[in-house]
Design a protein around this ligand. Structure first.
Ligand code: PEP
Ligand code: MN
Length: 344
């Protein structure tokens, strides 16, 4: 259940109602928008009589949100969530591009990529330091060293840094060096990790599990939101189907579906969903046409020698070319990528 209050309601009046609900045993989340203040009542509200709440000053509406996820739903919040970090806006008219290697491999590699993408006007550097590899014998990432290298490269070139967190123990150290936490497909339902990330004050990008439904994805987002962290974005990165020509099957219909069901920004990862670099461009364009708020792309100065996911990595030159093409698609759907134009 959610209680919608007038945006002008005083803090004291909001508190009066919140205290009452807490005394009934519910947890309350207060979300302040420009025109309304929303109190989300967390817990089983089936038998709760909404009528008495209308007697409280400021209460405009009491809604039973039918969806199992509440805070993530459009019913709860009809305006798009916009995430702002160090001047970068995610979820607005401008599309966000996150680019970088699958894994940080060396200082030379990450600095080269950071330099090139920043020259182009890209604002977010991706890269794995702690890697969730299917085989324990594959390269597991440089760990803390990789994190430090990426943070230095991000600082040098004015880029936000996004990296994957795999366990609760890694949260503090990653918070020190990165701007955005990524939860990988394999951890989408690691509920303890999700809850912990709900308690921090940094954005989280939640990737869809390979066999997760959209409802399951949104319920996982709800774990983070219900702990008080409202800066969550969703990422469609392909699901497992019988098709094995591509690494996964990019579920593009997830994009408009998620935009309809939820107010959270939606990012598409055409790299992990296809596994083939030649397919990355066409799927990135389709994602933008489908309404994605951004894309996550793996790039490498020399994919042939990449320690992980080389087959899906774009060379820097191809990445630059793709960005120009993407911009044209963006304009066609009334979005933009603010590129600085240096594509050589
Ligand atoms: C990644 O983005 O580095 C990654 C491992 O992706 P996913 O969790 O989607 O497999
Ligand atoms: Mn990868």
């Amino acid at each position: 259940m959610v209680v919608v209050m007038d945006g002008q309601t005083s803090d004291a009046d909001v508190k009066k109602l919140a205290d009452k609900l807490e005394s009934l045993g519910f947890d309350i989340q207060v979300i302040r928008g420009e025109s309304r203040i929303v109190l989300a009542i967390i817990g089983d509200t089936k038998d709760l009589d909404s009528f008495p709440f209308y007697a409280y000053t400021g209460v405009k509406e009491v809604l039973q949100v039918a969806k199992p996820y509440k805070l993530a739903s459009r019913e709860f919040k009809d305006t798009n969530t916009i995430i702002r970090r160090k001047g970068v806006v995610i979820g607005g008219k401008e599309l966000i591009v996150m680019a970088g290697p699958c894994a940080v491999e060396s200082e030379e590699q990450i600095f080269k990529i950071a330099h090139k993408i920043s020259e182009l006007g890209i604002k977010v550097l991706r890269g794995g330091a702690f890697k969730p590899r299917t085989s324990p014998y594959s390269f597991q990432g440089l760990g803390l060293e990789g994190l430090k290298l990426m943070a230095r490269a991000g600082k040098e070139y004015g880029l936000l840094v996004i990296t994957e967190v795999m366990s609760i123990e890694q949260i503090d150290v990653i918070a020190e060096y990165a701007d955005i936490f990524q939860i990988g497909a394999r951890n989408m339902q690691n509920f303890m990790l999700l809850k912990e990330l709900g308690r921090i004050k940094k954005p989280v990008m939640l990737k869809r599990g390979v066999s997760a439904t959209l409802e399951e994805l949104l319920l996982s987002a709800e774990y983070i939101l219900s702990q008080g962290n409202n800066e969550v974005m969703l990422c469609e990165r392909g699901i497992r189907t019988f098709e094995n020509y591509t690494r996964n099957t990019l579920d593009l219909s997830a994009v408009p579906s998620l935009k309809e069901l939820s107010h959270l920004p939606v990012i598409v990862d055409p790299s992990h969903s296809t596994g083939r670099w030649r397919l990355v461009g066409p799927m990135a364009k389709s994602a933008i046409a489908a309404g994605a708020d951004g894309i996550l792309i793996e790039v490498h100065p020399n994919p042939k020698v990449s320690l992980s996911d080389g087959a899906q990595a774009l060379k820097l030159k191809n990445f630059c070319k793709l960005m120009m093409e993407l911009n044209a698609v963006a304009h066609a759907v009334d979005r933009e990528i603010n590129l600085t134009g240096n594509v050589d």
